[in-house]
Ligand binder design. Structure first.
Ligand SMILES: [Fe+2]
Length: 299
């Protein structure tokens, strides 16, 4: 009897945003996928660069990998996606969850974008639906719709590894926030239940880690470890209790530093708005549209 191979997983932590980018490779064929690559952004100078993405390219080259997919789990609020840059370098197709169209429509309204912004998912090569499957060499990959953090979030289950993005965090850090536009603590709880129903030994790879309590950043756990020790989920917490914990925690959080920059780039699949007639691209910031626990401007 032949068993399907298990993926080789390499995580790359971006210290600035706490994001983890992954290269997932088939040990038999050296085919690979990149998940959630970061396009660096210095907001003070409004300058982008490709330090993180170039590190991924170097790893791909050093290991003679053949990248077949460039995947995002959701439109991120804390960093820009490097998917188009990597597509340009590697020629591989980009993909995200099909409900990204809802996120595009939502943010198209917030940014008051015109009809020249297509909110139809055409910025990606493939839009995945819940239950879709694809191959990375000999690896079997399956898409699991897992909303709550955003309307469009998906988990990639590749062999015995689940790339759960902003749902679970490491057990000592709990779970991800659910208070962005389109977020829902109730939906997040149901997504967490689906993820925790995967086999106990499934390797969990999280989307962010901030080195809680000064420890080094970590990004790998297991379904069993999360179920038994995650600070937001242990003890079979009920949906109602989880929603109460999540929402009261979210009420204390500032919005992500780069959210209003990042969403307008990420709803374009990781691209800046078209340059204007002086060949410069501009971002838009909607004023007085969001509240936060700010001491400067309390609501
Ligand atoms: Fe996120």
């Amino acid at each position: 009897m032949t068993t399907s191979p298990q993926p080789l997983v390499k995580g790359f932590h971006d210290d600035k945003t706490g994001s983890i980018q992954y290269v997932v490779a088939c040990p038999n064929t050296k085919k690979a996928a990149i998940i959630d690559p970061v396009w660096d952004f210095d907001e003070k100078a409004a300058r982008t660069c490709t330090v993180n993405a170039d590190e991924l390219l170097q790893y791909v080259k050093d290991n003679s990998l053949d990248v077949e997919w460039i995947l995002d789990t959701h439109p991120h609020a804390d960093h820009f996606s490097a998917a188009p840059y990597l597509k340009d370098k590697l020629g591989a197709p980009t993909a995200i969850g099909e409900h990204v169209v809802k996120v595009q429509k939502l943010w198209k309204t917030i940014y008051n974008l015109g009809d020249d912004f297509p909110a139809d998912g055409s910025q990606w090569d493939r839009l995945f639906a819940d239950g879709d499957t694809f191959k990375i060499g000999d690896l079997e990959a399956k898409v699991m719709f897992s909303p709550g953090h955003t309307l469009a979030s998906i988990t990639y289950v590749i062999g015995d590894a689940a790339f759960v993005h902003d749902t679970l965090m490491m057990p000592d850090s709990g779970t991800s926030r659910a208070d962005f536009p389109g977020g829902s603590a109730k939906d997040l709880y149901r997504s967490l239940e689906r993820i925790l129903a995967l086999p106990d030994d499934t390797r969990i790879y999280v989307g962010h880690d901030y080195g809680r309590g000064g420890r080094k950043p970590r990004w790998e756990s297991t379904v069993r470890e999360e179920r038994e020790t995650n600070i937001h989920l242990r003890g079979n917490v009920s949906e109602a209790e989880y929603v109460r914990i999540r929402e009261s925690r979210d009420d204390e959080l500032e919005l992500p530093h780069l959210m209003l920059y990042a969403l307008q780039v990420n709803i374009r699949g990781g691209r800046l708005p078209d340059a204007e007639d002086n060949e410069v691209s501009y971002l838009r910031i909607p004023m007085n549209q969001f509240a936060g626990p700010s001491k400067v401007c309390p609501m």
